[in-house]
Design a binder for this molecule. Structure first.
Ligand code: SF4
Ligand code: SF4
Length: 73
């Protein structure tokens, strides 16, 4: 077990907050490309794309594929 500042931690990476992908609804054109690009099916499409924060692994695939740069991490 590692120590940081004398405190025992299991894995420092687990202390980092999860920052799921975010959709700019004003920019999204509901093309569905991100839905197909997401490897964990975290995105659904209604009138705009929506990211399930609990499922998103922050892989960035949707950010790379969106044709109008509507998704960011
Ligand atoms: S960052 Fe990756 S896991 Fe998260 S919604 Fe985009 S494609 Fe899916
Ligand atoms: S790829 Fe971009 S424009 Fe297309 S549905 Fe996803 S967020 Fe919207």
């Amino acid at each position: 077990m590692d120590k940081i500042n004398g405190e025992k931690v299991k894995n420092p990476l687990t202390l980092l907050p999860i920052m799921p992908a975010k959709v700019d609804e004003d920019t999204c054109i509901a093309c569905g490309v991100c839905v197909d690009a997401c490897p964990v099916d975290a995105i659904t499409l209604d009138d705009k794309a929506k990211v399930d924060a609990d499922t998103c692994t922050e892989c960035g695939a949707c950010v790379d594929e969106c044709p109008v740069d509507a998704i960011s991490l």
